[in-house]
Design a protein around this ligand. Structure first.
Ligand code: F6P
Length: 369
């Protein structure tokens, strides 16, 4: 089948490196003589062709992607509420999730698209696979997750930048912790996987790291802080992943899941601080990095990885590699079936080398005897 027009969309949470992907797709597609339609806010722009937030769908050329590789965010916008198979609408005064995939099929025809590059995380890839199964086969995936928790790829762009932001924060907090003899808690992203917390904690020399994969108790953390104080170091820095959970409870959430959305994590570090304040007699302060980790100029690594993914995904379209997703294995870009990439989370191994290295250097994880 001759390709003439392809679409590209970015879905799920944003992260630094999306714009390099878009730029690479547009520039590589130009080599094939294709037109590239940028679809606004993931599937929102395909569900409703009049959708504007703020720009709506638009054709992308060299001018529209010039120098965007240095910018965080995504020029196409993104959404984690645009699943066409569970789309939130108002019905009889109630918000309910409905299947609007027929609209996607209809609009695909209207736009005359021949293929789609879908950039997104596990949720976006699951939607892409459902589209393929329901009659929209010409989709190629590009993996994206700031948490770096997709099993099919060694790295996703955005993660490196986020770890740099978190490491910088730890360095800064150490200075002020040391000046004031305080315990500083810094909360970083990491819903199900604690890679950001672990990498930044190692890079920054955190004294405790609490991860979703290692349910914690506060007693070992308090003991480590007290031992530091007794040895003449009356300050500590603790990194807490937003999805960290106590051994006897669940992660900290803000209310229930909203219709069409996902449940929001909130307050993990605050909860640890509240618990520790009962056990130790030192000043505690909490810093939540939140979305600062998701913004800003992508690091060199993230720019290059995003560029390589975008270029490879475009060649994959040219070669008819539909239903596949590009991935990084070692130093090589490969491609894997989207179906196999879904649902395989890459989580921190509590017995793995990174955790062992941190423990060897004296960092506690809250699971010590
Ligand atoms: O999945 C990536 C992620 O950054 C999580 O770490 C975090 O819980 C979630 O997205 C936050 O999403 P939102 O942008 O909706 O706050």
């Amino acid at each position: 089948m001759a390709i003439r027009k392809i679409g590209i969309m970015t879905g799920g949470g944003d992260c630094p490196g999306l714009n390099p992907v878009i730029r690479a797709v547009v520039k590589t597609a130009r080599g094939y003589g294709w037109d590239v339609l940028g679809i606004e806010d993931a599937f929102c722009g395909l569900i409703d062709l009049d959708y504007r937030s703020p720009y709506g769908n638009r054709w992308l050329d060299d001018d529209t992607v010039r120098n965007i590789h240095t910018r965080g965010g995504t020029i196409l916008g993104t959404s984690n509420r645009s699943n066409p198979f569970a789309y939130a609408v108002e019905r009889d005064g109630q918000r309910v999730e409905v299947d609007v995939f027929d609209r996607v099929l209809e609009n695909w025809e209207r736009l005359g698209l021949d293929a789609l590059v879908s950039v997104g995380g596990d949720g976006s890839m699951a939607i892409a696979q459902q589209c393929i199964d329901r009659g929209l086969p010409n989709i190629v995936g590009v993996p994206k997750t700031i948490d770096n928790d997709l099993g099919a790829t060694d790295y996703t762009f955005g993660f490196d930048t986020a770890v740099s932001v978190a490491t910088d924060a730890i360095d800064r907090l150490r200075d002020t912790a040391e000046s004031h003899d305080r315990v500083m808690l810094v909360e970083v992203m990491g819903r199900d996987a604690g890679w950001i917390a672990l990498q930044a904690g190692l890079a920054g020399g955190a004294h405790a790291i609490l991860l979703p994969e290692i349910p914690y108790r506060l007693a070992p953390v308090a003991r480590a802080i007290e031992e530091r104080r007794a040895s003449g170091q009356p300050y500590s820095v603790i990194v807490v992943a937003e999805g960290a959970k106590p051994a006897d409870g669940e992660a900290s959430y803000l209310g229930e899941r909203e219709v069409g959305g996902m449940r929001r994590l909130f307050g993990a570090a605050q909860r640890v601080a509240a618990g520790l304040s009962e056990l130790i007699d030192l000043d505690l302060r909490v810093t939540v990095l939140g979305h600062t980790q998701r913004g800003g100029s992508p690091s060199n690594f993230d720019r290059v990885l995003g560029t390589r993914f975008g270029e490879a995904a475009t060649h994959l379209v040219a070669n008819g590699g539909f239903g596949r997703m590009v991935a990084l294995r070692g130093t090589q870009i490969v491609d894997v079936p989207i179906r196999e990439a879904i649902g395989h989370q890459k989580r921190v191994d509590p017995n793995g080398q990174l955790v062992r290295a941190a423990r060897s250097l004296g960092t506690v994880f809250g699971d010590e005897a």
